[in-house]
Design a protein around this ligand. Structure first.
Ligand SMILES: Cc1ncc(COP(=O)(O)O)c(C=O)c1O
Length: 351
């Protein structure tokens, strides 16, 4: 066991769950929620803060300002507490209450945006609020996770090599896309070191990241209302888009297998299974050929007990289909989603 003196020094970086017993495909899930921030965003936050300190942009008396759907906010709250900075987090009404309260407990000032910008949605409104806060006080520093190279570099240096080490025979890696920091760090690493690995983005239906039309979304983490500036889609495959009802149903399938993960894990796993069925399935819920696939669980499920795992919230926000057991991924009304109806609700779209 390591001995640490700052909370951000600890993380579990080599834990994978074999999902084959639950879903049939040879799909492994890299678990990123075991650190003091509870999510993968601690890595990006650590790298961005270290770079800003090294460049002299951040130091004693600074106050960080950042726009976040929640997890980056918690990660920066942890770092700000450890390093003695102030922190103002700008989030929106989709942020889980438990996440907001965690940030406030660390001493973070949380501003919740309740009205989306008419064209650029909640993200556009959050960014405008950040700019107004910066204009008020020059001690405020915006690391800007949507632009900072530290965001993708963290995954190029840690997440991707850990996956490559564990799976020398990796065929395909599925990565959920929010800011696309995780996606671009992994895509650059595999493009350079192991170009045969296919890197497939997974996004939510309603997100504009890969050029699809905007629509309301309720689950934080993945998807965006403004195209992420970090994204270079020439480095990745065509994306898979997942409906929120299938995100919820996949989360609940994982939970019935004993694994309580956050909402975006349901999206990533749901998208991965759909893609694997289409590319390597036998058309009847079975597996045609052996591939080794990995996807990433950015956080754990406790903060989602009042949303993804709460029947009334699901019925109200997502609709009653979110409560059906399992997802029919064969399109034949059989297999994992027997009785769940034939529409899997997952769409592959052109990037
Ligand atoms: C729960 C969760 N999943 C996925 C992501 C997406 O990661 P990235 O911003 O690296 O694309 C985030 C980002 O905030 C997240 O909080």
């Amino acid at each position: 066991m390591p001995v640490i003196s700052a909370s951000h020094e600890f993380e579990v970086s080599d834990l994978f769950v074999n999902l084959q017993p639950i879903f049939g495909h040879r799909l492994f899930l890299k678990v990123e929620g075991f650190n003091f921030a509870g999510s993968i965003k601690l890595k990006a936050a650590r790298e961005m803060v270290a770079r800003a300190e090294a460049a002299g942009l951040l130091g004693p008396g600074s106050t960080l300002v950042e726009s976040s759907s929640g997890n980056m906010g918690v990660a920066l709250s942890v770092l700000a507490a450890a390093r003695g900075y102030g922190f103002v987090c700008v989030t929106d009404s989709r942020c889980n209450e438990a996440t907001r309260r965690a940030m406030e407990s660390y001493g973070t000032e949380v501003h919740v945006i309740t009205e989306p910008h008419p064209v650029e949605g909640f993200l556009g409104a959050r960014i405008r609020h950040v700019r107004a806060l910066l204009a008020e006080d020059e001690r405020r520093v915006w690391l800007n996770q949507y632009l900072s190279p530290g965001n993708w570099m963290a995954h190029y240096r840690t997440t991707a090599p850990a996956i490559a080490r564990q799976f020398p025979d990796l065929t395909v890696l599925f990565v959920g896309a929010g800011t696309t920091g995780t996606l671009m760090g992994c895509a650059r690493y595999f493009r350079e070191r192991r170009p045969s690995v296919r890197v497939v983005p997974v996004d939510s239906v309603g997100s504009v990241t890969f050029g699809a039309p905007p629509a309301p979304r309720h689950i934080p983490g993945l998807g965006t209302s403004v195209r992420p500036p970090l994204l270079d889609d020439s480095l990745v495959e065509l994306p898979v888009h997942v409906e929120e009802r299938d995100t919820v149903r996949t989360c609940r399938e994982l939970m019935r297998g004993g694994f309580l993960f956050g909402g975006s894990t349901g999206t990533a796993v749901g998208g991965a299974l759909r893609w694997l069925d289409e590319h390597h399935g036998d058309g009847a819920g079975g597996v045609r050929e052996r591939v080794t696939a990995v996807t990433i669980a950015p956080d754990l499920g406790e903060r989602y007990l009042d949303t993804v795992y709460h029947d009334e919230w699901v019925a109200r926000a997502i609709g009653p289909e979110g409560l059906l057991p399992g997802v029919d991924r064969t399109g034949l009304g059989a297999g994992a989603g027997a009785g769940a109806g034939a529409d899997a609700g997952l769409h592959a779209v052109t990037g």
